[in-house]
Design a protein around this ligand. Structure first.
Ligand code: CAP
Ligand code: MG
Ligand code: MG
Length: 473
């Protein structure tokens, strides 16, 4: 037991000087409070033994166990946020609160479930600069989700084959195409050739449809210089607004995410979270939650992050995906353990209070009302311009298909997201173009409140999708 890291009932932790956290901890042998003090020590100033070199100042930087729930094995730890690297560094926060502690031999479980960033701390971090609102202006789409796809097969197409599928999706009515997360500079698809071919396909599709289109290019690479070279090549070829930069945020790392955010503040930063399941899945006793990942990504300045499909798609998800989506989008959102307000001024600021109330009214009205208001541009109570961390948009992907779209929209409660369906589009019996038409038809059925099967009677692509995806009801 390291008593200098325990301060149960301490109310100072709510004074804005602490990042608050809650962990699920199961000790091997010792009691929960003792294990908690070891975690607080190892994740802040200490080690496994009390050190004689601590000073009165260093002790003031100790993390503090301020609350404990023996029944649920929950431990609340407050971190003085001055211990984190200045300059808005996310990687350093993760190293502290989700680093060495997972290797501690005296624990059977240690999972960071939620975090709370106080307003004063938010001022130190970038937050998103280019948001889905900017993307909506570019696309002139306000009243529905942005409809995207991932090109499949995941890898193995030549640049022209790849670009042709992009053209099919865009000319069929789709808005947004992304590289799949491992697509990079493979010998059978040289990076610059892929970009050039996408550019030509996009021009063709825009000329034909009269609508702007977007492609999200994976700029993850072996080193930052190569990432910047790829990003700069895209900027030289594509017009502003027509591209996003995708970063495999976990395998390329937080430094890569923040480098792209800081070098290209006018580009949509698309965070793909490949690998997150290794530590976010509920059955994993060690790691941190989808909610924590999403909050860190917003703080880092991500414009859009995959937040899962809440069991509607193919990935192991949960209701937490919906909480994560709201945490990404809203000015104020409630986590399981902490409310989070993303304003850089305290909650009792009159502007912020009004903005939070306005946003709540829009959200409580529901996705359909938001969609209709956006269509008629009736958003008279759109939250006023507010001071704080801009929104990150949810990206809904894995395993979605046109027949599951309405169910997902109802679950997430908003249309303010991007969907990127891969197999859900390219496995359509009529091919990619029919796949995207089926998504649009499925959206319109939901928006008009018409049962999918009824709507499909005179919409062939949706009818084929219902057969193919074997929709029961
Ligand atoms: C989806 C996907 C995405 C996953 C990521 C894939 O393809 O391209 O990377 O959705 O999962 O490679 O599986 P499908 P998440 O649409 O064909 O499933 O969005 O949960 O992070
Ligand atoms: Mg700021
Ligand atoms: Mg993928």
């Amino acid at each position: 037991m390291q008593k200098q890291y325990i301060s149960l009932g301490n109310k100072d932790v709510y004074n804005g000087q602490y990042l608050l956290s809650v962990f699920h901890i199961i000790p091997n042998r010792e009691n929960l409070l003792s294990a908690a003090s070891e975690v607080a020590s190892e994740s802040s100033t200490g080690s496994n033994l009390e050190i004689g070199t601590a000073t009165s100042f260093s002790k003031s930087m100790n993390a503090l166990v301020y609350k404990i729930d023996e029944q649920k094995n929950l431990v609340y730890i407050a971190y003085p946020w001055r211990i984190f690297d200045r300059g808005g560094n996310i990687q350093n926060i993760v190293t502290f609160i989700a680093g060495n502690i997972y290797g501690m031999a005296n624990l059977k479980a240690c999972k960071l479930l939620d975090v709370h960033f106080p307003s004063q701390m938010l001022t130190q971090y970038d937050g998103p600069s280019y948001t889905i609102d900017d993307m909506r202006k570019y696309l002139n789409i306000y009243d529905r989700p942005i409809l995207g796809t991932i090109i499949k097969p995941k890898i193995g197409l030549t640049p022209s084959e790849y670009a042709e599928l992009c053209y099919d999706f865009w000319s069929g009515g789709g808005d947004f195409v992304k590289n799949d997360e491992p697509q990079a500079d493979q010998d059978f698809s040289p990076y610059t050739k892929m970009v050039d071919n996408v550019h030509e396909a996009m021009n063709r599709a825009e000329d034909e449809t009269g609508h702007t289109k977007i492609h999200s290019f994976n700029v993850s690479a072996a080193d930052l210089d190569t990432m910047l070279r790829r990003a700069d090549y895209i900027i030289n070829v594509m017009k502003q607004g027509s591209f996003a930069f995708l970063v495999d945020g976990l395998t390329a790392g937080w430094t890569s995410v923040q480098t792209i955010r800081r070098h290209y503040p006018n580009v949509f930063l698309h965070f793909h979270r490949a690998g997150h399941g290794a530590f976010t899945r509920r059955e994993n006793p060690f790691g941190y939650s989808v909610l924590v990942l999403t909050k860190l990504a917003r703080l880092a300045g991500t414009s859009g992050i995959h937040t899962g499909t809440a069991c509607v798609g193919k990935m192991a998800g949960s209701e937490e995906d919906i909480i994560a989506a709201q945490m990404a989008l809203r000015i104020k959102a409630n986590g399981y353990y902490f409310d989070q307000i993303w304003s850089e001024v305290p909650e009792n600021d009159p502007d912020i209070k009004q903005t939070i109330q306005q946003e709540k009214e829009i959200w409580d009205a529901g996705a359909l009302v938001l969609s209709r208001k956006r269509k008629e541009k009736e958003l008279e109570n759109e939250p006023v311009k507010w001071r704080g961390i801009n929104k990150t948009c949810p990206i809904a992907s894995g395993g979605l298909n046109p027949t599951k779209f309405a169910e997902f929209i109802e679950k997430i409660g908003t249309v303010d997201f991007i969907t990127t369906m891969g197999a859900g589009v390219h496995s359509h019996p009529g091919g990619t173009k029919s796949g995207v038409k089926a998504i649009l038809q499925a959206y319109n059925a939901w928006h008009e409140g018409v049962n999918l099967r009824d709507y499909a009677i005179d919409h062939e692509e949706l009818k084929q999708a219902i057969e193919f995806f074997k929709v029961k009801n």
